[in-house]
Design a protein around this ligand. Structure first.
Ligand code: ADP
Length: 376
């Protein structure tokens, strides 16, 4: 707020919202007062009427007894009326939640089809995938097809908004799987037990979470049953170039990260990203999906880490990246534009096409010497 000098803008917006809300409240109070006034009027009239009846009937009856009986009956009537009104308003209030509850219950009815559990992910195929977000009037993915076999490394490149993240969210089973033409080991994804599929995947999104927990927990959370395996933790930390930094922390893997709790150790943005990458690698999976996993890293660390992962890891990997230095390490590069795969092939094949990839390459080539894979 200070850096963007955004205080006036925010205050203005806040005031606008406040006034809107105040007007709504005022209207509500007016309606409530009118209703209360009518109710009070009815009660007053009832009392007056009863008084008149007593006065008229005075000669023939015992006045005191009549007065007590009348007042009691009016009070009883009033209490019952209040109870009815309260029950009605409670009922209306609860009904709002019941409607939500019923909608929720009817989402994705289970047990209609016998779902197949995925023990190991051998093959993932995407066949002519079209995808539109609810409430959008355009398709985000338009006829995407590709497949991934064991050990294959795929890089997805393309400008912002071309649909890369949407594609990996579909593959990861995060969106409705009912009509998606995605096949897992040859089985349509709608017939797959999605949790068992997600168990075989490890996904790192751009907006990963930095837990204010220990290093061990931050990395090990992706496979909590193996969290105490120090050798495994060390291997992962080494892969993501963090071992040296972790060794310098007061309690090594058991050091608290973040500044929220006393004694916590704050990391840099790049170090947090390495932790998140370590988390993705720690999990026992057949497919690792990385969405811009190194955006916060400097190009030298990025190259060191990803070269290692892409060359040595025997798992399948899908990596979304803007950097062609990273993409060039993959077995296949998919170039996305406006929801479509416009080019696919290896780095050299794509360069010889003289198309989108070549354009991207030329705009980035002053950053990299891609022949050597290092910074110029
Ligand atoms: P990329 O990862 O290539 O930058 P995204 O897959 O994140 O692209 O987004 C592609 C397009 O899909 C966006 O431009 C936006 O129009 C649309 N989109 C993404 N997420 C949503 C969403 N949650 N709801 C509606 N539309 C979305």
């Amino acid at each position: 707020i200070i850096l963007f000098n955004a205080f006036n803008f925010l205050e203005l917006n806040w005031k606008k919202q406040f006034l809107l809300l105040a007007e709504k409240k005022l209207n509500f109070i007016k309606t409530k007062s009118k209703t209360l006034f009518s109710a009070e009027l009815i009660i007053l009239l009832t009392f007056t009427l009863s008084g008149l009846v007593i006065i008229i009937d005075f000669k023939n009856s015992n006045m005191a007894a009549d007065l007590v009986a009348t007042i009691q009956s009016i009070q009883l009537f009033q209490t019952n009326l209040n109870n009815i009104a309260k029950s009605y308003s409670d009922f209306k209030g609860t009904l709002i939640f019941i409607e939500d509850y019923m909608k929720f219950i009817h989402i994705n009815p289970r047990n209609e089809v016998k779902l197949n559990k995925i023990e190991k992910l051998h093959r993932l195929e995407v066949k002519n995938l079209w995808f539109r977000y609810p409430h959008n009037n355009f398709d985000t993915l338009k006829g995407i097809s590709f497949n991934i076999n064991p050990g294959k490394k795929i890089a997805i490149v393309g400008e912002n908004g071309s649909g890369k993240t949407t594609l990996i969210k579909c593959i990861a089973g995060l969106y409705s799987k009912e009509n998606l033409p995605i096949f897992i080991n040859g089985i349509p994804i709608k017939e797959v037990d999605i949790e068992s599929l997600q168990d075989r995947m490890s996904v790192l999104f751009q907006d990963f979470i930095s837990y204010e927990l220990t290093v061990r927990e931050n990395i090990g959370i992706s496979s909590s049953s193996n969290m105490d395996d120090n050798i495994r933790l060390q291997n992962v930390a080494e892969k993501v170039n963090l071992l040296e930094i972790i060794n310098k922390l007061p309690n090594r893997f058991d050091s608290l990260l973040g500044r929220y709790f006393e004694g916590g150790n704050e990391l840099s943005g790049g170090q947090w990203q390495k932790i998140a990458l370590g988390r993705a690698l720690f999990r026992e999976s057949d497919l690792i999906i990385l969405d811009e996993p190194t955006a916060a890293l400097d190009p030298v660390s990025e190259k060191e880490i990803l070269e290692d992962i892409l060359n040595e890891c025997d798992k399948s990997i899908i990596i979304v990246t803007h950097r062609l230095g990273v993409a060039s390490l993959a077995d296949e590069i998919l170039v996305m534009k406006d929801g479509q795969i416009v080019e696919s092939g290896t780095h050299n094949e794509l360069l010889s096409l003289n198309g989108e990839y070549k354009k991207m390459y030329e705009s980035q080539s002053h950053w990299y010497n891609l022949q050597k894979g290092v910074l110029i």
